[in-house]
Design a protein around this ligand. Structure first.
Ligand code: HXC
Length: 510
C-alpha cells in the first residue's frame, strides 16, 4: 500500500510541475501566475477537485510520442467561490504553450458538459498559443467541440472567460461566445490575425498590444468587459462578479445578508439633479446611494460610458442596473451604448436577474456617423431587449426622457412593471428649445416671443405629471425615498409571472 501511495504522490507531483520549473520561472518573469496558482487565487482554499490530471495527448507526429506531459496543458475540475460551486479550466502555458490538442479539448468539454448538466457556472482561464500545431485538424475539431458546447450552455449557465495570455486565431471564438470576457493589462492579447499577418495583408504596422491588448478590447472594440492590472486583481474581481450571479437559469439570484436597511433614506438624492437642465451630474452617485452598501460591479466601464451597466444588490438580492450617464454625451443613446446595454439586459433576463433602469436621456445621438453606422438597427437592439425581458423591471426617470429614447428605456409601454419619476422628470417628445423652434419657426427672428414660447412649453411638458395623468408613470416619488420604493417593488415582483407567445426563438436585430 505504501508503494502505491508513494506512486500516486509522485504522479501528482509530476503533473503539478506542468512543463517544468524553467518554464514556470519564465511564466513568473512575465508577471504571470501559473495555471494552478491562478486556480488557487480564484477558488476557496482547499476547494479544488481536479479531474483528468493524468490525461495525455495521443499525437505521434513530430516525435510527440516522446513528450507526453500529464494533464496535457490544461488543469480542469471544480471548486467553490465563497461556498458556491463552479467548474473551471485553466490553460497551462508551460505545457506546449497551453496549445489545444484533441485531448486538451476533451478535458475542457468534460467540465462544460458537467457544468450544464449540474446547473453550475463555468470559468475558463485562457493562456494559450492556439491550436496544437503538431495535431493539425484534430485540434481544430477540438476547438469546434468547445464552441458547440459554448452555444449549448449559453443562457443555461453563466460562462466567464478570463484571458490571461495569448488567445489568437479561431481560439478567440470560445471566449467570444461566453457571457463575460476579462483581460489582464499588458500580458493578454486577443486577435483573429496577429500583427505579422496584418502587416503582410494590409501593410499596417501594429503591435500586439495595440491590435488586441486589454486597452483595445475594453475601450475600442468592446470585445472585453473589463481590464485588470494583473492576474491577482483579475481573479479577485471575477470572484466579486461571481457572487452576484445565479448558478444557472434554473436557480434564483443569490441572497447576501446586509445591514443596510431597505428603507434607508438618501437625502443627497434630493439635490443630485441640478435645476439647470443642461447641467450634467454623475449618475453613479444615484446608483451608489440606492445600492446595498453602495456596492456596484460595473460591466464595460471604459466603453460607451454614456450608459452604465452593472450589478447591485437591493435588500440582499442581485439586481441588474442600466442607467443613462448625463456626464458623457449628455446621456444620449448611440450605437455603442445601445449594443452594450442590450447585451447586458439579455444576460439579466436569461438568468432571472431583475432590472432597474435609471433614466436621464435627451434622445438618440444625431449625425451621419450614427445613421451610416446603423443606429436604427443597433438602437432597436436595446428596445427589443427591454421589451422581450420578462424579469421584474422597475424604471425611475430622474430627469429627461425625451422622444423615442423615452420609449426604449424600459417604459411602461414595453412592459416595465413599475415606473417611477422624480419631480424633476421631463417626459416629452423633445426638449423645450427644440420643440418651440419647430412649432414656431415663423417667430424665430423674435427672441422674446420664442423665449416666452419656450417657457410655456417647459411649464406644460417639462414635468412628470402629464405622463402620470395617463398612468405611464405609476407615482412621482421623492428622490430620497427611491431605495425604499424600488426595494418594495422588487419584493412584490418576486412572484411575477408573464406568459409570452410560443416560438422557436425571436429574431432580435443583430
Ligand atoms: C504547439 C506551441 C504552440 C502551438 C506555442 N507553442 N504555441 N506548441 N502548438 N500552437 C510552444 C512553443 O513551441 C514553446 O515550446 C512554448 O509553447 C512557448 O512558446 P514561445 O514561442 O517560446 O513563447 P512566447 O515567446 O511567449 O510566444 C507565445 C506565442 C508564440 C505568441 C503564443 O508561441 C506563437 O506565436 N505560437 C504560435 C501561435 C499560433 O500560430 N497558433 C496557431 C494559431 S491558429 P518550448 O518547448 O520551447 O517551451 C489557431 C487556430 C484555431 O489557433 C482555430 C480554431 C477554429
Amino acid at each position: 500500500m505504501t508503494n502505491v501511495l508513494a506512486e500516486l504522490a509522485e504522479r501528482r507531483a509530476q503533473a503539478r510541475l506542468g512543463g517544468g520549473q524553467a518554464r514556470i520561472d519564465k511564466q513568473h518573469a512575465k508577471g504571470k501566475l501559473t495555471a494552478r496558482e491562478r486556480l488557487d487565487v480564484l477558488l476557496d482554499d482547499g476547494s479544488f477537485e481536479e479531474y483528468d490530471m493524468y490525461k495525455t495527448h495521443r499525437c505521434t507526429d513530430f516525435g510527440m510520442q516522446e513528450n507526453r506531459p500529464p494533464g496535457d496543458g490544461v488543469v480542469t475540475g471544480w471548486g467553490t467561490i465563497n461556498g458556491r460551486q463552479v467548474y473551471v479550466f485553466s490553460q497551462d502555458f508551460t505545457v506546449f504553450g497551453g496549445s489545444l490538442s484533441e485531448t486538451h479539448a476533451e478535458k475542457i468539454c468534460k467540465v462544460m458538459d458537467l457544468a450544464v448538466q449540474n446547473g453550475v457556472p463555468l470559468i475558463g482561464l485562457n493562456d494559450s498559443g492556439g491550436a496544437r500545431i503538431q495535431e493539425g485538424v484534430a485540434s481544430l475539431g477540438g476547438y469546434a467541440e468547445v464552441f458547440w458546447r459554448n452555444v449549448q450552455a449559453s443562457g443555461v449557465i453563466p460562462q466567464i472567460s478570463v484571458v490571461m495570455g495569448p488567445c489568437a486565431g479561431g481560439a478567440v471564438y470560445s471566449p467570444a461566445m461566453t457571457d463575460f470576457i476579462f483581460m489582464v493589462k499588458d500580458t493578454s492579447h486577443m486577435f483573429v490575425t496577429g500583427p505579422d499577418v496584418v502587416k503582410t495583408v494590409t501593410n499596417e504596422i501594429v503591435s500586439a498590444e495595440e491590435l488586441g491588448g486589454a486597452g483595445t478590447h475594453t475601450k475600442t472594440s468592446s470585445v472585453a468587459d473589463g481590464a485588470f492590472e494583473n492576474d491577482m486583481e483579475a481573479l479577485f474581481e471575477v470572484r466579486r462578479l461571481f457572487d452576484f450571479l445565479p448558478l444557472s437559469n434554473r436557480s434564483e439570484v443569490p441572497q447576501r445578508n446586509t445591514n443596510d436597511r431597505y428603507d434607508r433614506q438618501s437625502l443627497a438624492l434630493d439635490t443630485l439633479v441640478p435645476s439647470d437642465p443642461t447641467k450634467p451630474y454623475d449618475m453613479k452617485e444615484a446608483i451608489h446611494a440606492i445600492a446595498d452598501d453602495g456596492d456596484f460591479f460595473e460591466i464595460q466601464k471604459d466603453f460607451a460610458s454614456n450608459i452604465l451597466c452593472g450589478y447591485i444588490r437591493l435588500n440582499g438580492d442581485t439586481i441588474g442596473v442600466v442607467a443613462n450617464q448625463p456626464k458623457v454625451l449628455a446621456g444620449c443613446l448611440d450605437i455603442n451604448s445601445a449594443r452594450k446595454a442590450a447585451r447586458f439586459v439579455r444576460f439579466c433576463d436569461a438568468f432571472n436577474i431583475p432590472l432597474l433602469t435609471l433614466v436621464d436621456v435627451p434622445g438618440f445621438l444625431p449625425g451621419t456617423a450614427q445613421e451610416y453606422g446603423g443606429i436604427i438597427k443597433h438602437g432597436a437592439k436595446l428596445l427589443f431587449a427591454f421589451a422581450e425581458a420578462t424579469v421584474p423591471k422597475v424604471t425611475v426617470i430622474l430627469r429627461k426622457a425625451y422622444g423615442g429614447a423615452y420609449d426604449v428605456m424600459s417604459s411602461k409601454h414595453i412592459r416595465a412593471d413599475v415606473n417611477y419619476a422624480w419631480p424633476s422628470a421631463e417626459i416629452a417628445v423633445m426638449g423645450a428649445k427644440g420643440a418651440t423652434e419647430i412649432l414656431y419657426r415663423s417667430e424665430l427672428d423674435n427672441p422674446e416671443k420664442i423665449a416666452k414660447r419656450t417657457s410655456d412649453y417647459e411649464e406644460r411638458f417639462a414635468n412628470p405629471f402629464i405622463a402620470a395623468q395617463r398612468g405611464f408613470i405609476d407615482e412621482v416619488i421623492q428622490p430620497h425615498s427611491t431605495r425604499r420604493r424600488i426595494c418594495r417593488s422588487f419584493e412584490l415582483l418576486k412572484s411575477k409571472q408573464e406568459v409570452r407567445p410560443t416560438r422557436k426563438h425571436d429574431n432580435i436585430p443583430l
